[in-house]
Every structure is written in structure tokens, then in C-alpha cells.
Design a binder for this molecule. Structure first.
Ligand SMILES: Nc1ncnc2c1ncn2[C@@H]1O[C@H](COP(=O)(O)OP(=O)(O)OP(=O)(O)O)[C@@H](O)[C@H]1O
Length: 256
């Protein structure tokens, strides 16, 4: 579904040249949930922005369903960390979720149905007429997730979406993502700096090296498919996997 082939990204500006990504080759199968982790500043956001068609690549290619990405693909949705900046404050929750559906030119009845379904899925039916600034951070991020889900994307990209919320909300949002992912079968690439989160959510965890980045390891997460915050996180295998990823990231930092 998603193919990243020898992607290289160099930021060039007068007097400054930063090679953020040296070479990344990575595939995500239809319906897979893959997490990407790496040391701070290694190029995770750069990778996601290139995949989303928001940044031009310097070399290599990204394809969605075989079609090269040259700008934001129509069947992709992105959830960013800064929910405060990704929602329009002058619009209600309902209007925020509906906006991309209008751009997709869906008929009003279908738009209403998708908005209602997605707000129900994230537990925000009662907040449809509120404005984002009237909601807590966790609720705002759920609006951003509802907007992405309502769009019915083939590919969902998430860039540290829970970094700015408290631990309890974060656990709830992680479970929400797992539930939506299972229900909808959407292909998901999830960038996080949180090793536990990556192991808890992912079917695979891709560990990136320090910048200029390459793939250090593509690790299959052989935990039972049904995940639960208490049971899964207390499995000995969970501890082994998180320890392994932690050591890989330490190694990556050491090689800087
Ligand atoms: N617009 C830009 N112009 C020049 N260099 C940039 C730009 N954006 C990012 N970089 C550089 O590219 C490298 C990767 O940055 P990026 O933000 O992708 O990393 P990250 O892994 O997402 O970071 P963090 O873990 O802190 O979120 C860094 O060296 C950064 O300074």
C-alpha cells in the first residue's frame, strides 16, 4: 500500500545544507500498523512530511497503491502533534470534521453521516457544536482523529499525535487508535518518540538511526494481536522488545 524507496532528503537554503535523511526504504502493507521510532532530531517528522507529499524529496520515491506521491495524495490523512494548530478555532467541531469531506465533494447527506459516525467513534457526539478551544487537549486531539477517520483514507499518517497530552489520556487515545485501526483496517504509519507506545501499538517497529537517517532495524512485534494496557505491557515479551528497541536507540545515539 505504501512504498518508500531509497528516500533521501536534504534541506538546502542559502549558506545551510542539512542532510536529514540519507536513505530510507520501507514498505507498509495494506491494513498494517507500523510505528517509527528514533533518536531526537533523527528525521522522523521529515520522513512523514515527505510521505504526506508536504515536502519534496531530494532523491527516491514514495508510492501509495503504486502511484508516485508528488503532492498531498487524495486518499491520505495526517494527524499532527499540534492539535491546537491543526483545528480551525472559528469552526465548530462538526464543521472542522466536515471540511475535508466538502473538499472531497461528498454530498451533504453522506457528509453528515460520516461526521456523526466518526464523532461517535471517538466519543465526542455531544461536543459536535462546541468550538475546539472549549475542549481539553485530549478532546481536541480526538477531534483531529475523527476528522482523519471521517475522510476514509487508505493511509493514515500520525506524527507524535499524543506527545502533548497527559499519561492517562494518552493511554485512552492509544486504545482508541487500536480500535479504529482494527475496525477500519486502515494502513497506518505512526511516528513516536515513545518506545513503549511504539511496541504497544505496532505490528512492526522501524528504528531509525541518527540523522542523516537510515533504517537501523525493522522489527516484527510478535505480541498477541489483542492488546490491552495492563496485560500487554506486563508480558515478559513486551519488556524484552522495549529493552531491545531502547538499546538500539542508545546505539544510534552513540554512533552520532
Ligand atoms: N525546515 C528545515 N530546514 C532545515 N533543516 C531542517 C528543517 N526541518 C528539520 N531540519 C533538520 O532535519 C533534521 C531532522 O529533523 P526532524 O524534525 O525531521 O527530526 P525528528 O526526528 O522529527 O525530531 P524530534 O525527535 O525532535 O521530533 C534535524 O537535523 C533538523 O534540524
Amino acid at each position: 500500500m505504501l512504498e518508500i524507496h531509497e528516500l533521501r532528503k536534504v534541506y538546502e537554503s542559502p549558506g545551510r545544507r542539512v542532510e536529514a535523511i540519507r536513505s530510507i526504504t520501507l514498505g507498509v502493507g495494506a491494513g498494517e500498523l507500523v510505528c517509527v521510532v528514533g533518536p531526537s532530531g533523527c528525521g522522523k517528522t521529515t520522513l512523514l512530511r515527505c510521505v504526506a507529499g508536504l515536502l519534496p524529496v531530494s532523491e527516491g520515491q514514495v508510492r501509495v497503491s503504486g502511484v508516485p506521491v508528488t503532492g498531498p495524495p487524495p486518499d491520505m490523512a495526517v494527524v499532527f502533534q499540534e492539535y491546537g494548530r491543526s483545528l480551525f478555532p472559528w469552526m465548530t467541531v462538526r464543521q472542522n470534521v466536515e471540511l475535508p469531506l466538502k473538499e472531497k465533494r461528498l454530498p451533504p447527506a453522506r457528509r453528515r453521516e460520516l461526521v456523526a459516525d466518526s464523532l461517535r467513534a471517538v466519543g465526542l457526539s455531544d461536543a459536535a457544536d462546541a468550538h475546539p478551544w472549549q475542549l481539553s487537549g485530549g478532546m481536541q486531539q480526538r477531534v483531529a482523529i475523527a476528522r482523519a477517520v471521517a475522510y476514509e483514507p487508505q493511509v493514515l499518517l500520525m506524527d507524535e499525535p499524543f506527545a502533548a497530552v497527559d499519561a492517562q489520556t494518552r493511554a485512552d487515545l492509544e486504545d482508541l487508535i487500536l480500535r479504529l485501526w482494527r475496525d477500519l483496517g486502515v494502513t497506518t504509519l505512526f511516528v513516536t518518540h515513545d518506545i513503549d507506545e511504539a511496541v504497544y501499538l505496532g505490528q512492526r517497529v522501524v528504528v531509525l538511526s541518527s540523522s542523516p537517517t537510515t533504517v537501523m532495524e525493522d522489527l516484527k512485534i510478535d505480541l498477541p494481536p489483542e492488546r490491552d494496557q495492563l496485560t500487554t505491557r506486563s508480558l515478559p515479551r513486551f519488556g524484552e522488545l522495549r529493552g531491545h528497541v531502547y538499546r538500539q536507540i542508545q546505539r544510534a545515539r552513540g554512533e552520532r
